[in-house]
Design a protein around this ligand. Sequence first.
Ligand SMILES: CC(C)(COP(=O)(O)OP(=O)(O)OC[C@H]1O[C@@H](n2cnc3c(N)ncnc32)[C@H](O)[C@@H]1OP(=O)(O)O)[C@@H](O)C(=O)NCCC(=O)NCCS
Length: 137
Amino acid sequence: MMPHQANVAGNIHGGEIIKLMDSTAYATARRYARTNVVTARVDEVEFHLPIFIGDLVICTAQVVYVGNSSMEIVVIVEVEDLETEGKKRALTAFFTMIALDKKGRPTKVPELTLETEEEKRAFEEGRLRYERHKHKK
Ligand SMILES: CC(C)(COP(=O)(O)OP(=O)(O)OC[C@H]1O[C@@H](n2cnc3c(N)ncnc32)[C@H](O)[C@@H]1OP(=O)(O)O)[C@@H](O)C(=O)NCCC(=O)NCCS
């Protein structure tokens, strides 16, 4: 993290990290769907720890739920102080990305293969959030 990404106290702006998370969710969904994708929703953004100038930030993501054209991606940001050992979880969020066809209309995405118990649990949690959004709409 660089000085231009921080406030005067040296804390990195939340928006800088959200942008990184959105780009990571985009790449993950784009690779999964093999079509253009857009962000429709972000749920449960949590800032667990502050991030400072000079920290190394590692952003990872995984598809946890798929509907018809929607994909829910969990994005995890870890922060590493390069002067000490170990990484700590700094942020988490769930991004809902929608696959679009060449005409910009929502299009079907592949089924998600679930192997581990953790993946099955994450899928069920994603399904609950998906149904809540549908219900509200
Ligand atoms: C996302 C978008 C394509 C959805 O269009 P729409 O006409 O509402 O499409 P539909 O009603 O057919 O829904 C398509 C899918 O999107 C999901 N969806 C739409 N709005 C959603 C929302 N606010 N939250 C979560 N999911 C949403 C639907 O549940 C549906 O999922 P499914 O196919 O898996 O069942 C449209 O709202 C859009 O283009 N938004 C702007 C996206 C954008 O530009 N993002 C960049 C950041 S500014």
